[in-house]
Design a protein around this ligand. Structure first.
Ligand code: 5AD
Length: 348
């Protein structure tokens, strides 16, 4: 216990941990250690970002996907998924509604859908850029080549989210079809960084076959990549996937990892994700109290939300819904935080 407290103190004073130290910390964690971690994580977060909570409007614009990730509900071979795509006009109307609700970042997320060619994607980005010059445009549309990433950047996109999912190559192979590799995934992140995007990576907590060593490797990779954003959430099974019978990641481990991320990279933009809100009714609040400082409510047209089912019971109403901004504000206020209308750029 004392040993592990010392490791947290090391992190808190900006020292690096070895893989063995990360593994010991993660596998030896306890409730009291977590409380200690969260209090330091909050201190760091308050130092850099005060009590502000940044909001991002999430527009899930297509659930077509050419990939077949074993965990994901919109995987190609899920015949039961109700597929949809939004037109440029529909996407713009989501942005207009979002702007009026106080959103200054729009996140365009979708499956890897060939319908959205470089031309179409750039057309959408340029239109948003023209209508909303004061907003950040974040893309979350998967693996592309350098040239595509470059074109999207030139069209006006500022940020890109691409979770590495798990650093360990063998573990990655157990979660994905052979056509997808950890190496390509990680190369995409380096490309995005080199082009100039503010980059977000991240991983699922408690995905099948995951060990504390894997999480330790995730921490080392993130430290090296030094991204601006990190999205993590518990793995949650989807009934139409090969992982239907696997167990979910826990609230407790996800919160612990959030706290560790805040201490390791104090200036990081760290969302309390929808998956966290899905496994526990107070998941979002607990995430904020563990060091998170971002929430990403859903701005998609309400009739398509139920079709973007990455995992079972994924929330899209209540505080997950952009139109419920007041409720979100109240819930954040109840734990001492305030939702702000700002782009919320990273400090690093
Ligand atoms: N449980 C939790 N998170 C999931 N994602 C996809 N499927 C699941 C699931 N079953 C996450 C992945 C992806 C992000 C958009 O959603 O980490 O990068």
């Amino acid at each position: 216990m004392t040993n592990l407290t010392l490791l947290i103190d090391k992190l808190n004073t900006n020292q690096t941990l070895t893989k063995e130290e990360w593994t010991a910390l993660i596998s030896g964690r306890s409730e009291s250690l977590a409380e200690y971690l969260f209090s330091l994580a909050r201190e760091k977060r308050h130092h850099y970002y005060g009590h502000d909570v940044y909001i991002r409007g999430l527009i899930e614009f297509t659930n077509y996907c050419k990939n077949d990730c074993l965990y994901c509900g919109i995987r190609k071979s899920n015949r039961n998924a109700n597929r949809y795509r939004l037109s440029k006009e529909e996407i713009l109307s989501c942005c207009h509604a979002g702007y009026n609700l106080g959103f200054r970042t729009f996140v365009l997320q979708g499956g890897e859908d060939g319908y959205y060619t470089n031309e179409r994607t750039c057309g959408i980005i340029q239109s948003i850029r023209k209508d909303f010059p004061d907003c950040a445009i974040t893309l979350s549309i998967g693996e592309k080549n350098w040239e595509s990433y470059q074109k999207f950047y030139e069209a006006g996109a500022n940020r890109y989210l691409l979770r590495h999912e798990t650093y360990n190559h063998l573990h990655y192979a157990k979660l994905h079809p052979p056509s997808l590799t950890a190496q390509t995934r990680q190369q995409c992140l380096w490309d995005l960084k080199n082009i100039g995007y503010q980059v977000g990576t991240g991983f699922m907590v408690g995905s099948p076959y995951q060990t504390a060593e894997h999480l330790a490797e995730d921490m080392l990779f993130i430290k090296e990549l030094n991204p601006q954003m990190i999205g993590i959430g518990p793995f949650i099974p989807h009934h139409d996937t090969p992982f239907a019978k696997e167990t979910s990641g826990t609230l407790e481990l996800t919160l612990f990892m959030l706290g560790l991320l805040r201490l390791m990279l104090p200036k990081i933009l760290l969302p309390a994700t929808t998956a966290l809100g899905t496994i526990h009714p107070q998941g979002r609040e607990l995430g904020i109290l563990a060091g998170a400082n971002v929430v990403m409510p859903n701005l998609s047209p309400t009739d398509v939300r139920k079709n973007y089912m990455l995992y079972d019971n994924k929330l899209s109403t209540g505080i997950e819904a952009a139109e419920c901004r007041t409720e979100l504000e109240e819930r954040m206020k109840s734990i001492g935080y305030q939702v702000v209308t700002a782009r919320g750029d990273s400090l690093n």
